[in-house]
Design a protein around this ligand. Structure first.
Ligand code: HEC
Length: 249
């Protein structure tokens, strides 16, 4: 017998849910649009010549956990029709959010914990590294400052070199002097008087072998010389500045 059409009714509807006239006789049914609980599909098959048959198929719809399960197995379909229950996975892929929520969320939390721990560890490590680094920096700056303090050569003048070249021949390489002729500068209390020391070196001592160096050297060089003799060989009379020399000229 040739099928003219198949009408599918849902529950007590008077209008058919679907009417199919050609094979394949497929009817798509989305359980999401149905209420929870029992439903019935009525399939009316019209044959050529006016004959028809009538089958009713009960099924359940469950919306548990947002996953729809349509059970149509209670009454196997015998009519020439396939009722395709739209699977929840097929409709909106509802199983995909589950791995996201139950699989990726813990993973994300785990990664967050790892990243935070790593951050804390790195912070602690860098803090531990910073401390000695800063101490080293301070030590380095102190060490760097020390030589320039030992050389109070103002304006880059080297008091030690100037002394060696201009004074050591008479006053000794270490300021020890030569007998009673050239006075020792090491341990010489006269050098405690800065103005006197500057005056002697700038103007010399007329009538003695002590030459005047004021016209030979700049204020900076003279300050370096004066500072050198006042701070060397255990002398600790302090450095003088180029301004001190200039005002003494
Ligand atoms: C040619 C030798 C000679 C040279 C070079 C010389 N001096 Fe003198 N200097 C003397 C003599 C000599 C005296 C002692 C003068 C006096 O008081 O009778 C003296 C005295 C001094 C004094 C004073 C010491 C005191 O006890 O009062 C100072 C300071 C001094 N010289 C520094 C220097 C410096 C710095 C230089 C180098 C830039 C220098 N002299 C170069 C011979 C020299």
């Amino acid at each position: 017998m040739d099928i003219v059409r198949v009408e599918v009714y849902l529950d007590d509807a008077s209008e058919p849910l679907a009417v199919v006239t050609e094979p394949p006789f497929n009817v798509r049914l989305d359980p999401a649009e149905l209420g929870e609980g029992e439903h019935a599909l009525t399939v009316v098959t019209h044959y050529q010549g006016g004959a028809k048959d009538h089958h009713e198929y009960a099924f359940d719809v469950s919306h548990k956990n947002n996953v729809f399960a349509g059970h149509i197995s209670r009454a196997p379909l015998r009519a020439p029709i396939e009722v395709e229950l739209v699977d929840a996975v097929e409709r909106e892929n509802p199983k995909a959010p589950n791995p996201v929520v139950y699989g990726l969320l813990p993973l994300a939390l785990f990664l967050l914990v790892v990243v935070v721990s790593w951050y804390i560890a790195v912070r602690a490590e860098s803090a531990a590294v910073d401390e000695p680094t800063n101490i080293q920096k301070i030590a380095r700056s102190v060490a760097g400052a020390a030589p320039s303090a030992a050389k109070p050569a103002a304006g880059g003048a080297d008091g030690e070199a100037l002394y060696a070249a201009n004074c050591a021949s008479c006053h000794g390489a270490s300021g020890e002097g030569v007998g009673s002729v050239f006075p020792a500068l090491a341990g010489n209390d006269h050098l405690a008087d800065a103005a006197y020391t500057i005056d002697v070196i700038v103007n010399g001592k007329p009538g003695t072998a002590m030459p005047a160096f004021g016209s030979r050297f700049s204020d900076e060089e003279l300050a370096a010389l004066v500072s050198y003799v006042r701070t060397s060989w255990n002398n600790s009379f302090g450095a003088v500045s180029a301004e001190d020399v200039a005002s003494a000229r």
